[in-house]
Design a protein around this ligand. Structure first.
Ligand SMILES: [Fe+2]
Length: 387
């Protein structure tokens, strides 16, 4: 007797626009901590969320609500006023602007996935570059609790932050609708070779975010979204199909943002950057891609170098009593996961694994290790991990 197994493949030939449209039907969920919804997008007032998030029990409730919004809800949330004076938003914008200018002057401005070099400006691995260039600014910026809250809500602890600055200059053209990393960053043929259950897992491995570094009125072309489209399981094979592109063109929503607003969305949400029709707005966003401890981040980051640069400012910040801010900076900068490692040289002496970079940093700060000893221990940890 033969056993018939269920099909565990995704096929482009099974993509049906009617099925897709049916998944876009909003449910009846409510988001009690939200300030409002706009075009189906859940919008939070960042200060109100921050006030609630200091209470551990209510922080758990917030996390549950945010996961619902990203998983089964519209798939996108906005925190208005997430970054401001305490994060030194204006200083960060000035620094990124200077870095873009230097990159252009050096003639090595990077192209990106969607536009010819020159139409857009990119600073890849802006996380590391900012930490090495202005450590205290990095610390003020990434002490932000909204980023920590939603990252831990979607990905759990030990997440890995990466950042790329994207500047779309006047005249910069819209993107085609797409999904993001992982399965969104390969051809549909390649994506189709991955079994169906991995299409369901892919969105759990990253969180996509964007911080508006400048005001982004509609004419400047802020990102276009199709709420609820993350729920369509065949979406990684569908987003390039003409009828799906046409549907997106007609039904997307586009939200203007103020400088300091932060958008986070499920990487499976259909989205696309808009055309910058303004004559003078250089639309700058800090694009955050936060990876699960269990995923491979897109960019390699020298987190040891970042921690060496940040250590004095972390120690100073801890002396002011800002424990949560320090924890958030360490979470954004350090490797929080113990693997991959070299188990010959890094055996689990206590528990299941050797000390992580994040644990080392917390221990160093708690015991008052000086910067030179911290750097030496960090190098030794890196050496233990090397095969
Ligand atoms: Fe994208």
């Amino acid at each position: 007797m033969t056993t018939i197994h269920p099909v565990n493949r995704m096929r482009a030939s099974d993509c049906r626009l009617d099925d897709f449209v049916a998944t876009l039907e909003p449910g009846h969920a409510t988001y009690p901590h939200a300030a409002r919804t706009e075009s189906g997008v859940v919008i939070y007032d960042a200060d109100a969320v921050r006030a609630v998030a200091v209470d551990p029990e209510r922080r758990d409730d917030l996390r549950d609500e945010l996961v619902s919004a990203l998983l089964d809800g519209p798939g996108i949330v906005v925190f208005s006023g997430a970054f401001g004076a305490s994060e030194r938003l204006d200083d960060s914008t000035a620094t990124f602007t200077a870095m873009v200018a230097e990159q252009r002057a050096a003639g090595d401005g990077g192209g990106d996935h969607f536009a010819a070099p020159g139409a857009n400006d990119r600073i890849w691995n802006a996380l590391q570059k900012l930490a090495l260039r202005v450590p205290d600014l990095f610390a003020d910026y990434y002490a932000n609790d909204i980023l920590a809250l939603i990252s831990e809500a979607w990905l759990g602890p030990m997440y890995q932050v990466t950042s790329a600055i994207n500047v779309v200059n006047p005249g910069g053209q819209a993107q085609q609708p797409h999904r993001d990393y992982h399965l969104g960053f390969m051809s549909p043929d390649s994506a189709a070779r991955f079994p169906a259950h991995t299409h369901r897992v892919s969105p759990a491995l990253t969180l996509q975010g964007a911080i508006a570094q400048v005001d982004m009125p509609l004419e400047s072309g802020p990102t276009m979204y199709l709420p609820y489209s993350q729920r369509y399981e065949r979406g990684y094979l569908a987003f390039n199909l003409p009828e799906f592109r046409d549907y997106f063109a007609e039904h997307h929503v586009q939200l203007p943002l103020r400088a300091g607003d932060a958008v986070f969305f499920n990487p499976a949400l259909f989205h696309a950057a808009g055309t910058n029709r303004s004559t003078s707005i250089r639309r700058m966003a800090n694009l955050l891609q936060v990876s699960s401890a269990f995923g491979r981040a897109m960019e390699s980051v020298d987190r040891s170098a970042m921690l060496r640069a940040l250590y004095p400012t972390l120690a100073a910040r801890l002396r002011t009593g800002d424990r949560r801010g320090v924890d958030n900076v360490i979470a954004a900068a350090a490797e929080g996961y113990a693997f991959p490692s070299n188990l010959d040289t890094d055996p689990p002496l206590v528990g299941m694994h050797g000390e992580t970079q994040a644990e080392l940093t917390h221990r160093a700060l708690a015991t008052g290790l000086d910067a030179a000893d911290f750097a030496a221990q960090l190098s030794a940890l890196d050496e233990r991990h090397r095969a």
